[in-house]
Write a protein that binds this ligand. Structure first.
Ligand code: ZN
Length: 130
């Protein structure tokens, strides 16, 4: 990994910000379908709130929040890679992924070259492009 502490800090903030925004979006989805239980979440804080929400998501209509949940998992994966000092390395070729790419797409697991190759060979309709 060739990132400076400052760059890693910026990426960590980008991850946190995105995570928070998705959580908000999931909360709204859930609030629409399960209004009463959101009150429980609102009363909880920090990890406890995340856990309450996670339980709720598991019980609710997965199709509704499936995409958000997938992105939350990807963000958690990125955090885990940062914690394990394995972040920012392409899973295909092992080269460092550029800082600008990681900042724009903190969950990226491939360098641009491998990602475009992957998309050419694994292209699926409706799959968001990284
Ligand atoms: Zn690569």
């Amino acid at each position: 990994m060739n990132l400076t502490g400052e760059q890693l800090g910026a990426i960590t903030r980008a991850i946190d910000e995105r995570y928070r925004r998705i959580m908000e979006s999931v909360r709204e989805h859930v609030a629409r379908s399960r209004g009463d239980e959101v009150a429980t979440i609102a009363g909880a804080v920090g990890d406890q709130a995340d856990q309450a929400l996670a339980d709720l998501i598991r019980d609710s209509d997965n199709a509704l929040v499936g995409r958000d949940v997938r992105e939350l998992r990807e963000l958690e994966g990125a955090r885990a890679r940062i914690a394990a000092d394995e972040y920012g390395v392409c899973v295909d070729c092992g080269q460092d992924i550029g800082f600008q790419r990681l900042l724009a797409q903190p969950t990226a697991t491939r360098c641009i070259t491998c990602q475009s190759f992957y998309e050419r060979t694994h292209a699926q309709p409706g799959e968001p492009s990284l």
